[in-house]
Ligand binder design. Sequence first.
Ligand code: HEM
Length: 478
Amino acid sequence: MGTSTMILCGTDEVVRDLMEKRSASTSRKVDMFIRTFGDNLNIAFRDNDEIWRKQRKMYSTRLNARGSNNYIPYQEFESVELLSKMLDHPAEFRVHIMRFATSIASSIAYGLRFPSADDPDIKNLIEWFDRTTALGGKLQIADWFPIFRPLFRMIPKSINPIKQEVEELEELETKLWIRHTTAARALIDAGKQHASFVRDLQAKTESEKDRLTEKEILFSAGHAYAAATDTQANTLSAFVKAMAMYPHVQKEAQKEIDAVIGSKRMPTWSDRPNLPYVRAVVEETLRWLPVTLIGPPMPHALSRNETYMGYTLPKGAAIINCIWTINNSPERCPDPRDFDPSRHRAEDTLQEGFGINPDTLKRPHTTFGVGRRVCPGYNVAMRTLFMGMSRILWAFNISHKLDAAGNSIPIDRDAIVDALVTGPQPFECEIEPRSAEHEKLIRREWAKAERELDSEGHYGDEFFSRFDRLRADEGEKE
Ligand code: HEM
């Protein structure tokens, strides 16, 4: 593109050879102009330098499989509210899913939940993300032709609206992270904060070498929170769409849930080993509608020249794993646009790291990225998705909406939003409780859960006491 080279890896074999096996030289990030503004603390933009290493270590110690188990009580709690809201206002299911994902993300980063999707901070987060994405697009000319960069810097703000936008976005972002971190610290000081990034980072348990500065803490917590919202929400919306379009898959999953769980309780994470078909539905959703189509939102780049299949791949070139192409390769998946969980074998989906296996050929998809930059939130995401999908399947029948004449309103399978983090375009469907017994249990569980909240709808003392008891029980089991 322009004066820069872009290498597109369109098969799992090439991705494995170049982006996994040679990840030491393919894990830099492409030199995007946007990252030269602010302090370049967004991990997704940053080269694999010393600050990135510290950020990455901070994430991986808290978000590995064991660390992610600490956050399960948040996911269980938020999923009860999700079911309750979908029961009362089914047509707004996407709003409820967004609240669910955002609340989990902010609970993990800050120990703060969002009782309502109308919260101004959720709106600020979405605004910051959308405007930053649009800005990245406008600055692309300076990525393709870096020669324009000094010129852009010279043009004064008064006649350069993009410069004004850069400043406004930096301010919006910094204020958002400061506000959340300050609120999280107030809770910690009041003794009300349990598992969260800010709580952990404040405890300064890292060695001097790995410790993040105050500003790095602000941005690392903020970017984990941002990275965990649209990605998880859009995957869950894709799942609802698939269930409306493929009723036989839904029936099969519900048959399994009924046999293992019944209607007297909801599925939990510990049921995962006994629900192979539901596990396969999770993997198939991630394959069928990945949240990034072309590759990771910020492409990797080569840090030295490499040779491969007789070609010289130049240092600095962008290198991209084409997620959509690989996920939809007919060699890997015959009839790839068909939503078919039976592609995924039970013994494979049982392995917790199946979706990020370094041998790309043995993976169900490449939706979480590859190499040293592979998504560090994978374990959290798998818990959110399993909990969300298994409980929605347990609770509701999802079907096509009918028009006034009683005909099914069609859903366009491949209508996808054109955005950096993508998802299904708006669609309508019918969501109804599976039985009066399911409905009763949702209402009872939500009434019980609500009693654990404080007067503003945030986690209260009772929630945290139960949370601590659960963690202690888990600790004894380990
Ligand atoms: C369905 C859910 C998710 C999907 C599909 C997803 C996907 C991705 C992808 C494709 C990348 C880029 C990888 C690359 O550059 O090769 C990424 C990076 C990242 N993700 Fe996720 N993600 C999800 C959820 C999460 C969650 C829940 C968190 C945090 C709790 C998170 C935190 C991050 C961070 C911090 C990075 C940047 C890593 C780096 O550049 O070193 N993600 N994710």
